[in-house]
Every structure is written in C-alpha cells, then in structure tokens.
Design a protein around this ligand. Structure first.
Ligand code: MN
Length: 238
C-alpha cells in the first residue's frame, strides 16, 4: 500500500481577546482520512521557525473555512460589513502558504481558505458581496442544512476541477459573504455561480492548488464527486 500523505489542517481559535481553545472542524479531518490521507490539526502558533519546521513534516495543506481576513493585510480599509477577524490566524496561514509554495507542495483551500490563498498570492476579494458588488446576485448565505446544495455552478473546461465535473456543472452549498474578485497571478477562475460570483480558483502551474468557495466537507458523505475532490487533492500529495 502506498504511503498515506500527511495533511496539515488549519484551525480557528475561539472568540475573544485571549482565546484558550483551538477549534477544528471535524469534517475536514474525516474527509482527509476517508480520501487516504493522515490529517494533522495545526494549532495557531506565531513562531515562524516552528511553522516552517512543521511544514517540512507535511505533504499537503488544507486551509479550512472560518472568519474574515484582516482587510489591512491586503491593503484595504474595512467596509462596514467586514466581519470578525483573527490577526494571529491570518499570520499563521500566510506563513504556511509561503512555506508550502516554496516547497512546491499542494494546497487545498475551502471558503476562507480559498480567499486566504488568493490574497496571499496577490489576488483580490470582495470583503462583502452584498454591499460591494453592484450586480444582483444569488443567495450565498443559505438557510438550508449545510449538507444540502442550494445553487449551481459552472465549471470551466481544461481545469483540474473539470476532471471531477466533466459535465461542466455542479450544485454546491453556500455560506459566504465574501468571494474572490480577481484571481491572483498564476491562478485562474475555474468555477462561477450563475450570478458571476467566483466559486473556485486553481493554480495554472504543475503544483496542485485549488480554492473552493463552497464547503465540500459537508457534502462528501452524500455526493461522490465531492469525495473525489478530496481524493484528487490527497493523490496530488503522494
Ligand atoms: Mn456561493
């Protein structure tokens, strides 16, 4: 049997000025395990040397969902509907992205993870689609159960994502008030909702990097194509 790749999964910290707990979405780790990887939960630490050494022990990085990124980090002032931020989490995820990029190791970003990845590589986001995007748009903050897809997406041809969705369309769940605006240099937009909101980006180069605006960790138990996304990521880390 092939060696199972070890996948770092980023985490949140509890609310408050002095959080005492790291909080890790369980479904990310279960998906990595099911897809053939070994999930390792990464605490939010500040020492870059420690983060670098940790990255060297890992084969892939899963950037999980969570709260907003500090707009000052991407040279913008916060808009009124900018959400809660965690500067420590921003710093540690930016550091991991830098180290994984240097080492040419795969990354998979989900929701916030997609936005962080895009920003770290020099792309832009809408801090709040409901107030910043002029065109009308769909409901991207669904009230339906998290395991239920509520809007469709179209997937561009000749992308990594199209390997999973050869029909060029899919239905996804949606819990976001932000989205990618312009893809970072070296990335392309690989899926959009019918209203033009970016739902996925991916690297143009050889190293696997995909960012999804939706939450496949809530869908893989019921939808094989969503499980296949995790498998594609894990296989790229071997
Ligand atoms: Mn959406």
């Amino acid at each position: 049997m092939k060696k199972r790749p070890v996948i770092g999964v980023t985490t949140s910290q509890e609310k408050g000025d002095h959080p005492a707990l790291y909080t890790a979405g369980k479904l990310y780790s279960l998906a990595v395990e099911k897809a053939g990887g070994i999930p390792v939960i990464l605490p939010v630490l500040e020492d870059r040397d420690v983060l670098k050494a940790t990255s060297e022990a890992l084969d892939g990085l899963l950037l999980s969902g969570g709260i907003d990124v500090d707009p000052l980090l991407f040279n913008e002032e916060p808009v009124p509907k900018s959400g809660r931020i965690d500067p420590q989490r921003d710093q540690y995820e930016y550091a991991y992205i830098e180290f994984f990029h240097e080492a040419k190791k795969p990354m998979f970003g989900i929701c916030r993870g997609c936005q962080v990845m895009n920003l770290a590589f020099g792309g832009t986001i809408y801090q709040d689609i409901t107030s910043q995007r002029e065109a009308s748009h769909l409901k991207h903050a669904q009230d339906a159960p998290r395991w239920h897809p509520t809007h469709s997406i179209s997937i561009k041809e000749n992308t990594r994502l199209a390997q999973i969705y050869p029909s060029g369309s899919a239905k996804v769940n949606s819990f976001h008030h932000q989205s990618v605006k312009e893809a970072a240099p070296g990335f392309m937009i690989s899926a959009e909702a019918p209203d033009g909101i970016v739902e996925a980006i991916e690297s143009k180069g050889d190293v696997f990097m995909i960012g999804l605006q939706w939450h496949p960790e809530h869908l893989w138990m019921n939808f094989q194509d969503t499980m296949d996304l995790f498998t594609l990521f894990i296989q790229s880390c071997v």
